[in-house]
Design a protein around this ligand. Structure first.
Ligand code: BGC
Length: 763
C-alpha cells in the first residue's frame, strides 16, 4: 500500500511520520492537491460540460474568468439526445481539452435526479429518470477517462436542490434511495470505474453525505466495489476527522493547515487509526497514477470540437410541437427573427459549471447564413438590460412579424434565473418574453417559439396560439448553428424530453415538499418522481417524458418480448422510417409491474435505443431488459426483488404514448424459508418448506402405531402449541426430540436460506 510506517508512540513521532501524509489529504489551493510522499500535485477542475480552468483568481461560483474551452451542451441539453454514444464522444473531447489545459480530473458528470423542475441546477443534471441518467453518465466517464483524465461523479448523493444545500437534510426512505437517487451512481461506479466520486453538501436522513459512513464506505466501496477516491464538494466538510473515518479521502479546496492539524490531533489522541490515513493516501496515489499524463497528448483541434458541440446540440433539440408542418423553414420564405436571445443567446447556466467558450454561434447570424441575408429581418422585441420602452420594442417585433411568412421568437431564461446556489420559485418565462410571444402570435402568419431554458418553463398560456415550439434547453456554444440546423431542416430533430413538462407547477410530485423548511426536506413523493408520478396518478401533462417530434415518420413492426431467464427478458422491434427524410427514432421500452406487495409506478423506463434511418430504411433492434428493469427494492429484506408474475412490456413514443404492449411472465424471485433456531416456533418448524416434512416424518417414524393414530386424530392439537418455541416443545414428555436431531435440522434450514445470486443486493 503506502510506505507510511506503523503508528509511532509520542506526539513528536506521530507528527514526524504523519504530518506529510495528513497534509496530502487537504488541497493545496482552490483547484490543486499537494505534492509529497512521492505523489504529484493534481489539478481538479469543473466540469461537467466544459473545462473551467482558472489561471488567475479562483472561485467555484463561476464569477471569475477561466481560459477558453469548448462549451458543450450542459446536461439538460445533451440528455435530450438520449444518445450514450454521443455522450462518449463529448466525453473524449472534454478529456482531450482537460489534458491540454493541464487538468487531471474533470469534476463531472453531475447526475443528481431532477426531483423538482424548480431545482437551480437542473440545467446541469441529466434527467428525472435514473436509467437514462445512468446510461449517459457511464459513457461520459468512459469517454473522459479514455484520454487518461479522471472524472468525479457528483454530487453523491441526494443533492436535488440548492436551497440550504449546505445544511439541509434530505429525508428519504430506503426504497426511494435505492430506486431513484442511487442507481445512476451505482451503475457508473460498477460499469465505468470513475477515478473519483464527489460527496454532496447536504445530509441524508440527518447524516451529512461527507461524513456518512454508510454512504461512502458501506454502500460505495463495500457494496458497489468503488476503488477510487472520494473528494468533498468544495467546502462541504464540517468535521475533517469524521469525514475521513466515513470514507472521504480528499478535502477540497485546501483549508490551510486546519484539516491536517485535525487529523494529526485525532491520531495523537488515539481517536483515529493510522490505517485510515494510509488508506486515503493510497487512494490519492492511485488517482495520481491513473491520471498521469502519458506524454503522447496531442494538441486540441478546437474547430473539430466546435463541430462536435454543434452536432451534439442539434441532437439535443426537442421539437415539441409542429402544427401543419410549420417547420422546417422552407427556402424562399421570408422569416422574421424576434427576441434578443437570437443575438445574445443563453446556452449554459450560472455557477461552477460556467465555461468561457472558444466562440459562440449566434442564431440570427446562422439563420441568415442558411436562408439568405435578405430573407431574414430581425427585431429585438425585449431587452435584458436597457430600459428601452417595451411598447416600442413590441411594435417593432409586430411589424417584423407582419412582414414575414414565418416568425421565429427566441425566448428563455437568463443565468440570473437559473443557477447553482438557488432554486427557482416559479416556472414562468420573463414577462417581457411572454408579452413578445403574444404580440407576435396576434399578427404573424406562422409563429415558431424557440426556447432556451436550462430548467422547465411553463408553456401556458400561449401554447395553443403558436404553430411550432422548439425546446432548445441549454445547448452550449454552438447554440446558434445547431438551432439553425434544426429550424431549416439541415438536421432532423431527434431529441426527446428527458424530463416532463407539467401543465402547472402545482402538478409536480414534489410540489408540497420542495424545498422543505427548517433545514429538512421530506421526499414525501417517494419513488413517484417525474413521469413515475404523472403516469401513476393519471395526471395530464403538457408534454410527457420521452416526447419529441421529427420531420419524418416511423413505424414499428414485429414487437416481440421473451424471457431469457427467471428475471430478465429480451425485446426485439423493427423500426422503419416511413417518411421522406433521414431521421432518428428513440425506441423506448417501459415496464409495467406484476402484482406486488409494494405500490409501484405505473411504468418505468426499462431500456431504450436510438436508431438512425434513411427514408424507407428499416432496422431491427434488440434490447435487453435486465433484472433491474423488473426489480424493486424490498426495504424489509434490504434486497432487490423481482416479483413472480405477469409484467407488461410497453413500447412507447413517450411515457404516455404507448404504441404496443406485450405480456411477459417471469419466474422472479421465490421466497426462501428463513433459517430456524430453537427460538423459532413449532408452527415455523412444521411450516418450514424443507425442515417441516423431515421433522414430521421422523416424529412419525419413531412413534408407536397408537401414537401415530392419536396424532392423526388430533391434528388440531398441534395448533395449541403453534406459538411455543421449539427448544421448549422438544423437551416435552412424549415429544422428546433429541438435541442432536434439532441441530441437524437447524443446519439444514440455514443452508436452505442462503440466498442464490439472483436475490442479492445488486442485480
Ligand atoms: C459545486 C461543485 C463544483 C465545485 C467546484 C461546488 O460549489 O457544487 O459542483 O464542482 O463547487 O467548483
Amino acid at each position: 500500500m503506502t510506505d507510511i510506517q506503523a503508528q509511532p508512540g509520542t506526539a513528536d513521532e506521530i507528527d514526524e511520520t504523519f504530518a506529510e501524509p495528513a497534509a496530502l489529504l487537504s488541497g493545496q489551493d482552490f483547484w490543486s492537491t499537494r505534492e509529497g510522499h512521492g505523489i504529484r500535485s493534481m489539478v481538479l477542475t469543473d466540469g461537467p460540460h466544459g473545462v473551467r480552468r482558472q489561471n488567475a483568481d479562483a472561485d467555484h461560483l463561476g464569477l471569475n474568468q477561466s481560459v477558453p474551452a469548448t462549451c458543450f451542451p450542459p446536461g439538460a441539453g445533451i440528455a435530450s439526445s438520449w444518445d450514450p454514444s454521443l455522450m462518449r464522444e463529448v466525453g473524449e473531447a472534454l478529456g482531450r481539452e482537460a489534458r491540454a489545459l493541464g487538468v487531471d480530473v474533470l469534476l463531472g458528470p453531475a447526475i443528481n435526479i431532477k426531483r423538482s423542475p424548480l431545482g437551480g441546477r437542473t440545467f446541469e443534471y441529466l434527467s428525472e429518470d435514473p436509467r437514462l441518467t445512468g446510461a449517459l453518465a457511464v459513457e461520459y466517464v468512459r469517454g473522459v477517462q479514455s484520454t487518461g483524465v479522471g472524472t468525479s461523479v457528483k454530487h453523491f448523493a441526494v443533492n436535488n436542490q440548492e436551497t440550504d444545500r449546505m445544511r439541509v437534510s434530505a429525508e428519504v426512505d430506503a426504497r426511494t434511495l435505492r430506486e431513484i437517487y442511487l442507481p445512476a451512481f451505482e451503475r457508473v461506479v460498477i460499469e465505468a470505474s470513475p477515478t473519483s466520486v464527489m460527496s454532496a453538501y447536504n445530509a441524508i436522513n440527518g447524516v451529512f453525505s461527507s461524513e456518512n459512513h454508510w454512504l461512502l464506505t458501506e454502500l460505495l466501496r463495500e457494496e458497489w466495489g468503488f476503488d477510487g477516491l472520494v473528494v468533498s464538494d468544495w467546502g462541504a466538510i464540517k468535521d475533517r476527522v469524521d469525514a475521513l473515518v466515513a470514507g472521504l479521502d480528499l478535502e477540497m479546496p485546501g483549508s490551510g493547515d486546519a484539516g491536517t492539524e485535525a487529523i494529526l490531533q485525532a491520531v495523537r489522541d488515539g481517536r483515529l487509526d493510522t490505517s485510515v490515513v494510509e488508506a486515503s493516501v493510497a487512494r490519492l496515489r492511485m488517482l495520481a497514477e491513473r491520471t498521469a499524463p502519458s506524454g503522447d497528448a496531442t494538441g486540441v483541434d478546437f474547430d473539430a470540437h466546435h463541430a462536435l458541440a454543434r452536432r451534439a446540440a442539434a441532437a439535443s433539440i426537442v421539437l415539441l410541437r409542429n402544427e401543419d408542418e410549420t417547420l422546417p423553414l422552407r427556402a424562399g420564405q421570408r422569416v422574421a427573427v424576434v427576441g434578443e436571445l437570437a443575438v445574445a443567446p443563453q446556452y449554459q447556466g450560472g455557477g461552477s459549471s460556467h465555461v468561457n467558450p472558444t466562440k459562440v454561434d449566434l442564431p440570427l447570424d446562422e439563420l441568415r447564413a442558411a436562408l439568405g441575408e435578405d430573407r431574414v429581418v430581425y427585431a429585438a422585441g425585449y431587452s435584458r438590460t436597457s430600459a428601452e420602452d417595451s411598447e416600442v420594442l413590441l411594435a417593432e417585433a409586430r411589424a417584423a412579424a407582419a412582414s414575414a411568412d414565418v416568425t421565429v421568437v427566441f425566448v428563455g431564461l437568463y443565468e440570473e434565473d437559473q443557477s447553482e446556489g438557488f432554486d427557482r420559485e416559479h416556472l414562468d418565462l420573463p414577462a417581457s418574453h411572454v408579452a413578445l410571444i403574444e404580440a407576435v402570435a396576434d399578427v404573424a402568419r406562422k409563429t415558431v417559439v424557440v426556447l432556451s431554458n436550462g430548467g422547465v418553463v411553463t408553456l401556458e398560456p400561449w401554447h395553443d396560439r403558436v404553430d411550432a415550439i422548439v425546446e432548445g434547453w441549454a445547448l452550449g456554444q454552438a447554440v446558434g448553428s445547431a438551432l439553425a440546423d434544426v429550424l431549416t431542416g439541415a438536421v432532423n430533430p431527434s431529441g426527446r424530453l428527458a424530463e416532463t413538462i407539467p401543465l402547472a407547477l402545482a402538478d409536480s410530485p414534489a410540489f408540497l415538499n420542495f424545498p422543505g423548511e427548517q433545514e429538512v426536506v421530506r421526499y414525501g413523493e417517494g419513488v413517484f418522481v417525474g413521469y413515475r408520478y404523472y403516469t401513476s396518478a393519471d395526471r395530464a401533462v403538457r408534454y410527457p417524458f420521452g416526447h419529441g417530434l421529427s420531420y419524418t415518420t416511423f413505424r414499428v413492426e414485429g414487437f416481440e418480448v421473451e424471457a431469457d431467464g427467471p428475471d430478465s427478458a429480451v425485446a426485439r422491434v423493427t423500426v422503419r422510417n416511413t417518411g421522406a427524410v433521414p431521421g432518428a427514432e428513440i425506441v423506448q421500452l417501459y415496464v409495467a409491474p406484476a402484482p406486488s406487495a409494494v405500490r409501484r409506478p405505473a411504468r418505468e423506463l426499462g431500456a431504450f435505443a436510438k436508431v438512425t434511418l434513411e427514408p424507407g430504411e428499416a432496422t431491427t433492434v434488440s434490447l435487453a431488459l435486465e433484472r433491474r428493469a423488473f426489480a424493486h427494492w424490498d426495504a424489509r429484506g434490504a434486497r432487490w426483488w423481482v416479483d413472480p408474475g405477469v409484467y407488461r412490456v410497453e413500447l412507447g413514443r413517450s411515457a404516455t404514448d404507448i404504441v404496443a404492449v406485450r405480456e411477459l411472465s417471469l419466474v422472479g424471485d421465490v421466497e426462501r424459508p428463513a433459517a430456524l433456531s430453537l427460538e423459532s416456533t413449532v408452527k415455523e418448524w412444521f411450516g418450514h418448506a424443507i425442515v417441516g416434512p423431515v421433522l414430521m416424518q421422523s416424529m412419525m417414524a419413531n412413534a408407536t402405531a397408537e401414537q401415530q393414530a392419536a396424532a392423526e386424530a388430533n391434528a388440531n392439537a398441534l395448533k395449541m402449541v403453534d406459538s411455543m418455541p421449539m427448544g421448549q416443545f422438544a423437551r416435552f414428555p412424549g415429544v422428546e426430540i433429541p438435541e442432536e436431531a434439532l441441530e441437524q435440522l437447524i443446519a439444514l434450514s440455514v443452508s436452505a436460506a442462503v440466498p442464490e445470486p439472483a436475490a442479492e443486493g445488486t442485480a
